[in-house]
Structures are given as structure tokens and as C-alpha cells.
Design a protein around this ligand. Structure first.
Ligand SMILES: [Zn+2]
Length: 430
């Protein structure tokens, strides 16, 4: 019998493979950073995790966030997006130092790891600091410098250069970090700038992460100015390719939706942020039916306020039911898939992560479904989609390394991180 480094035994294993196989009970064998066995045979390992009564699933992929915005958590509440950004967030962000970002990102990475997120797609400033924090905590990051061209006092070339230099330095860093270019949004970047972003992304071989069609007024303004939707304008400059992930995509017409499918761009759906900022309801159920790649995101903790993707699955499903006034919209199984493999697909990382299959990276989590709130587990997808919370995550393995064990983070001193974080918040907000 082959002996593995780590085995996870006797769990309800949601593989998220092409057949969506569920092994109950099932065993997973891990050696090095890879999954080497998935099945029902008895397995032995140097380290054994007994997952009896628990769900074993691929690590969650947070498809859109701004992790250092933990610093802004609970600071400004119940304000519309434009006012929230211009009057509250941007002025404080102007005073941010790298060390603030470092500790904000470290708290976020710890929070995500403890809630079962093993990979996150992040856009912010000082992303080298975010990369350091992610690697220290032990989770994967797809990171982009947020490029706000139009409201910046720096020249466009300089703004772009910042994103490009980060990507050049960090793409592939330590096998845990991938870089993208992150033009902020259609209202904060000109088409000319976006066209340069596309050129640079092609040259570097990295993807593009951007907000699009999140709220109605800027989309209306764009149409008034350019005579076409932002998506169509982006198509005309050759921007739309498979390596693009757009956050939100709420204000799309039927032609836009077709274009998303044809150009095979991906979407990050952020239901909690969309509800909290009263932005709107994206047409996610239709996107899935068209075969568009959709991942689930929390968005930044300033507008969520947590990074609890497991819990957000419920909002994701419920908001679609309300959107279409159809209880069949975005069913449980689809939303669990969206939070795992769907996110990996949206980020073009599904050849490595997003499912529990032999040869994939060993990123998986154990959710303690023995708790009363899950009883009785008739269908594990339903139990996860509608009954779960990030605090039910018991063990987390990333790249074959156990980073959370029995609900405790193994890689950092959490008390120390939280103290430093509180000090940084006090320093920022005075
Ligand atoms: Zn966002």
C-alpha cells in the first residue's frame, strides 16, 4: 500500500470533478504539494486527518476582493457606492503606507484561511505587501495593483508602469502568487489607457482583473459619451479575451451578455457587496446557462463586511432566486461549484486547483458538518449552501501543507497579528 504524507479519511468528499462525484465516505491521499489518491480504498499517511461526519471539499476560491480593506471594516456603513468611495475611502487611502497594507492583508489572509478560502483574487495598492502576507499565512493569491488612472495625480504611463512592474516581479512568485493587471473600472480608466493595459497584459502573459458595470449611473454616462455600452467599447479595442475577469457585471443588456459568452471573458459575482451598496442584481443564472465562467467573490471587507465565502454562498443563491422570482435559480449544487471550481475556472487556474482530483494541487478543506445546524445532512450541497458558515471550517490544507488544524491557524501568531492590526487602524483613523 502506498504511504502518503497526509491522508484525509472517512469524509463526505465533494470532488467537484467533471462528474461531480461524491464519495461518502471517501479518502484523499496527498504527497508533497499534490493530490495522489482519491477513492474508497484504505489509505495510510504520516499524518492522518479523520474527517468522519465532515465534508471534504476543494479549498474555496474568492474570485474578487480587496483584502487590505479589512482596515476599512465597520468604518463607514450604509452609504451609496459613489459617496462611500469619494468621501470616505479614497481620502483615507491617500494616506496609506505599505505597512498598513501588510497588516491589513495579513489579517485578511488569516480570516480567509480560517474560513476555508485557499486562493483569492485581489486588487489593491502595495500588492507586494499582500503577496508577502498571503505567502506567510500560506494561501494562494492572484494579485493586481489597482490602476486608477483618471483620479490620480500621476501620469497615465506612471500608473500603468506600477501595475506592470508588480506583475513582472511577482507573477509565479514562490509557486503561490499569480499577477494580473488591475485597471480599476470603466469610470476610472480611459479607453486609451485600457488599450495599453491590454497590450501589456499580452506582452507579459498575465490576465486582467477589472470592475465593470457595477452601478448604473457610470454605465449610463459611458453610453451617453461613447454611444455604446462599456463592454462593446472594450470589445472594439480588442480588450475582451479569455484572460479577463470582470467583477460585478450587473448592468449588461442582452447583446452584452452574448459578447461575454463569445469572447469567453469571466465574471466574479459579489452578492453581499451588491446588496449592501444597493448596486443591483447580476444576471448570473443566465450566465451559467450560457456556459459563462463565473466565480464567487466577497468583494472587499469595506462592503461585505466579512471574507466568509462559505456564508456568502447562501446570499448568492437567494439573490438570484429573487432576481428571477424563481426558486429554481442558482441551485445549491451550482453555487457550491461556483465557490470552488467556478472560481478556479474564472481565474484560469482550474488545471491546478478547484477540484479534488489526482494530479491537482492539494488545496482542500474539512467542514465540520457534525454541528447541529447541518442535521440531518440529506444532500451535502444543500447543507453547505444553506446551513454553513466559515467558522465551521475545521482543517485547511494548501499546497499539501496543513495551515489550519482544528480551527486554529498554524502559520502565524494570530493574537500578535490582531494587535498589530488594531494599532494600524488606530494610526490610520487617528
Ligand atoms: Zn471590488
Amino acid at each position: 500500500m502506498e504511504r502518503f504524507d497526509v491522508v484525509v479519511k472517512n469524509g463526505i468528499v465533494l470532488t467537484m470533478d467533471d462528474e461531480m462525484r461524491v464519495l461518502s465516505p471517501g479518502n484523499v491521499g496527498i504527497s508533497g504539494s499534490e493530490i495522489r489518491y482519491v477513492g474508497r480504498d484504505e489509505v495510510k499517511g504520516d499524518e492522518e486527518i479523520d474527517a468522519s461526519g465532515c465534508v471534504v471539499m476543494p479549498g474555496l476560491v474568492n474570485a474578487h476582493t480587496h483584502s487590505p480593506m479589512t482596515l476599512f471594516r465597520n468604518a463607514v456603513e450604509d452609504q451609496p457606492l459613489e459617496k462611500w468611495l469619494k468621501e470616505y475611502v479614497w481620502p483615507v487611502e491617500a494616506t496609506l503606507k505599505p505597512e498598513h497594507v501588510r497588516i491589513g492583508a495579513e489579517l485578511a489572509a488569516a480570516e480567509m484561511a480560517l474560513a476555508g478560502v485557499t486562493c483569492f483574487n485581489d486588487m489593491y495598492f502595495f500588492m507586494d505587501q499582500v503577496a508577502e502576507a498571503a505567502v506567510e499565512v500560506g494561501i494562494r493569491g492572484v494579485l493586481s495593483e489597482g490602476l486608477v488612472e483618471l483620479f490620480s495625480d500621476r501620469a497615465s504611463e506612471e500608473v500603468l508602469k506600477k501595475g506592470v512592474s508588480f506583475a513582472e516581479e511577482y507573477h509565479g512568485w514562490r509557486g503561490m502568487i499569480w499577477a494580473m493587471l488591475g485597471p480599476h473600472a470603466e469610470y476610472s480608466c480611459s479607453l486609451e489607457f485600457l488599450s495599453k493595459v491590454r497590450e501589456e497584459a499580452d506582452r507579459l502573459g498575465v490576465g486582467i482583473h477589472m470592475h465593470l458595470a457595477e452601478v448604473k449611473p457610470p454605465v449610463d454616462e459611458f453610453v451617453k459619451k461613447h454611444g455604446k455600452s462599456p463592454l462593446k467599447a472594450l470589445d472594439e479595442i480588442g480588450f475582451l479575451k479569455r484572460d479577463v475577469v470582470f467583477a460585478h457585471m450587473i448592468y449588461l443588456d442582452d447583446e452584452d451578455l452574448k459578447l461575454v459568452k463569445e469572447r469567453d471573458v469571466a465574471v466574479a459575482y459579489n452578492p453581499v457587496s451588491n446588496m449592501k451598496l444597493a448596486s443591483g442584481m447580476a444576471r448570473i443564472d443566465e450566465m451559467l446557462k450560457l456556459g459563462i465562467r463565473v466565480g464567487l467573490g466577497t468583494d472587499g471587507p469595506g462592503s461585505n463586511n466579512t471574507l466568509d465565502l462559505l456564508q456568502d454562498m447562501k446570499f448568492a443563491a437567494l439573490l438570484q432566486k429573487l432576481r428571477y422570482l424563481d426558486a429554481r435559480s442558482l441551485p445549491a449544487k451550482s453555487v457550491v461549484r461556483m465557490a470552488t471550481r467556478g472560481g478556479a475556472e474564472a481565474l484560469n487556474l482550474d488545471h491546478l486547483i478547484g477540484s479534488i482530483e489526482v494530479g491537482k494541487k492539494a488545496d482542500l478543506i474539512v467542514v465540520d458538518a457534525r454541528k447541529p445546524r447541518y442535521q440531518p445532512i440529506r444532500d451535502p450541497y444543500t447543507a453547505l449552501a444553506y446551513c454553513s458558515s466559515g467558522s465551521d471550517v475545521r482543517d485547511v490544507i494548501v499546497d499539501g501543507r496543513i495551515i489550519v488544524r482544528n480551527g486554529e491557524i498554524q502559520t502565524i501568531d494570530l493574537e500578535e497579528t490582531m494587535q498589530k492590526f488594531r494599532d494600524a487602524v488606530a494610526d490610520l483613523f487617528g
